[in-house]
Design a protein around this ligand. Structure first.
Ligand code: SF4
Length: 234
């Protein structure tokens, strides 16, 4: 798509229902559309919408080797509930191999490099062969996400990025999940509004920013996947 076509599509799709945005993407990029879910509640809602409406999308997740056991169980539950396959995309090295080369607990010493090796590079490889990818970001999650359109160019990966939930609030996501019985990570009910790899995720106190538990104590709040800057999230 040319930049002007993409801009026109973003305007036309702004405020439209998420399923309409998903259908538009599947029709516009047949067989070339992927969804990388990180199994947050937004991602679970999108898996529900994709499966329920039979939208043609390849599903995958970045399996860093450092996911919570509850996240791995949710992965299975979603596949069983919706009859879909969510492909696991893994880094070039296991956690142990990474430790032998980079030293133990790289996430403590250099989380940007750890995210680069375990998330950004695998995602870059997984997106080869696609023209567009769906993300589950919402505008009110972080400053980097505040300007996200329903569709937008993703220069970092050279693709079109589709954000069907960009305009949803957290309350709208949870209402949809509860009304439709969407499986979600039980850690959300234990003080974890945002869940990533276990070494970099901690519970948040009432009133804290929902992402305060990600890379706690550091300025870092994104893996780099969705930021416009040098790094990249899920
Ligand atoms: S979230 Fe933490 S453990 Fe996971 S890839 Fe990034 S730095 Fe490494």
């Amino acid at each position: 798509m040319t930049p002007s076509e993409l801009h026109a599509a973003a305007i036309a799709l702004e405020g439209r229902p998420a399923v309409e945005i998903l259908r538009w993407a599947a029709e516009r990029f047949p067989g070339r559309l992927a969804f990388a879910t990180g199994f947050g509640v937004e991602g679970c809602v999108l898996v529900d919408l994709i499966a329920r409406n039979e939208v043609d999308v390849d599903l995958f997740t970045l399996d860093t080797g450092l996911l919570f056991p509850a996240t791995l169980e949710l992965w299975k539950r979603l596949e069983e509930r919706y009859g879909v396959v969510i492909r696991g995309v893994r880094p070039a090295r296991t956690v142990e191999e990474q430790a032998s080369i980079e030293g133990a607990d790289l996430w403590d010493r250099d989380p940007d490099r750890c995210c680069l090796l375990r998330k950004v590079q695998p995602l870059r490889g997984a997106l080869l062969g696609y023209d567009a990818w769906i993300s589950s970001i919402r505008r009110d999650q972080t400053r980097d996400r505040a300007a996200a359109g329903a569709v937008e160019p993703d220069g970092k990966f050279g693709l079109v990025k589709v954000n069907p939930l960009a305009g949803w609030s957290a309350e709208e996501v949870w209402r949809y999940a509860r009304q439709n019985g969407v499986p979600y990570n039980p850690l959300h009910d234990q003080g974890y509004p945002s869940i990533g790899c276990w070494p970099c995720t901690s519970p948040v106190a009432p009133g804290e920013d929902p992402r305060a538990g990600r890379w706690r104590g550091r300025a870092k709040k994104e893996c780099g996947l969705h930021s416009k800057a040098a790094q990249t999230e899920v």
